[in-house]
Structures are given as structure tokens and as C-alpha cells.
Design a protein around this ligand. Sequence first.
Ligand code: ADP
Ligand code: NI
Length: 215
Amino acid sequence: MSNSDRVFVDRAEKLARSFFEGDATGHDWYHTHRVRNTAVSLAEKEDADLFVCEMAALLHDVADDKFYDEPERGMQFVQSWLEKENVPKAAQIIKAIETVSFKGGTNRAPDTIEGRVVQDADRLDAIGATGIARCFMYAGAHQDPMHVPELPPRTNMTEKDYRTGKSTAINHFYEKLLTLKERMQTVTGKRMAQERHAFLETFLDTFADEWNGKK
Ligand code: ADP
Ligand code: NI
């Protein structure tokens, strides 16, 4: 990467850092930091544009609707920031960010390799040891219990279920985390997801054994 590209990456990092300072719901700056590192690793192996992947990873959550009162505001904010800073390849960066979000798994698949890389990187952060930690952080922050064995595993949670306390950290594994392995877009992402998925299964088995006093 050229020195001038490095300057843009540093500026994007500064923006993301200041944006997420102090978040305790799973979107702190270090989520962006990990997604960036994973995106760079994936980009190297997948022959994707390193600059576009690193910039899109750094900005992907700055652009996310859930941090704004109105839809599209986040994307508009990132777009005008890219223009103001005269960032090269802005259109490719925007394109790669647009398809990142999970949105219940129904959103369209990315049609560029950079989009696939950044989406995989974001999803990989929801599984493995890190994904488990984030899941329990999220449940704690929302006052959800970690596990209620009387509730059968549910894959189709509704807004009402969340509001009426039927969401648990363990249920989130069945609702989302265990499904992510099948949604990976790149060969390298798939391989990394397999290892992280196996760790989720080991965790669930051990958790159940301990719950039942078997270990
Ligand atoms: P993203 O689309 O960026 O993954 P989310 O806000 O859906 O963002 O999730 C942030 C983190 O919190 C993820 O690691 C996710 O798996 C976890 N999470 C989201 N919803 C729940 C939930 N109901 N219970 C436990 N963890 C959750
Ligand atoms: Ni994210």
C-alpha cells in the first residue's frame, strides 16, 4: 500500500475510534479493530484490493443504520466523509460497506470480492471465542438471562420475544451464531468459520455438561 493510502487508512481509523469510544454492547472500537485485521488477512489470501477492504472494514459500523435515528444517515455520513477527505476508490469502499450488515440473513449477497471479504470478516467476529464473549456481553447489557433450559431453542425470534424476556444468550447461538458458517462468502472465510464454529459446539457441549453437573 502506498504512503498516501496509509494516510487515508489512519484517518479512517481515527474517525472510527472516536465514533465507538465507550460502547459496551459489542460494538466498541475493538470490534472494528478485529474486523479490520480479519479483513486484511482475508484480502491478502483472496487477492482482493487491500486498501478498499481495510477502509470498508474501518468504516462499516460508522455507516450502520442502528447508530442513527433515520435510515441511510450512516451511509450518507460516510459518503460525505470520503468526499471531504478526497479518498480514492470511494465508490468501491461504499459498495463493500453496503452489503456487510446481517439484517436477519436476508440481505443480498455482495457482488464484489471486497464486499465478500468485509462481510465475512464482520461475521467471523460473531463466532469463535470472540463471538461467544460478545454474545454474553450483549445479553448482559440487555438484561437477558444466559440460559433458561425450559425455553426450547428458537431460531425465529420476534421483536416481541425480545421484549418479553424470551431471549437468552444461549438461544442466540441457535438463532444466529450456529448459522453463520453456512453464510460465508470466501474460501478463506469458510475455512476460518469452520474452526470457529467447532469452538462454539465444544462450548455448548461443555456448558451443558457443567449445567447438568456431569463435568
Ligand atoms: P452485527 O450485525 O454488527 O453483528 P448486532 O447488533 O446484531 O450486530 O450484534 C452485535 C453482537 O451482539 C454480535 O456478536 C451478535 O452475535 C450479538 N448479539 C446480537 N443480538 C443478540 C442477542 N439477542 N443475544 C445475544 N447476543 C446478541
Ligand atoms: Ni460490525
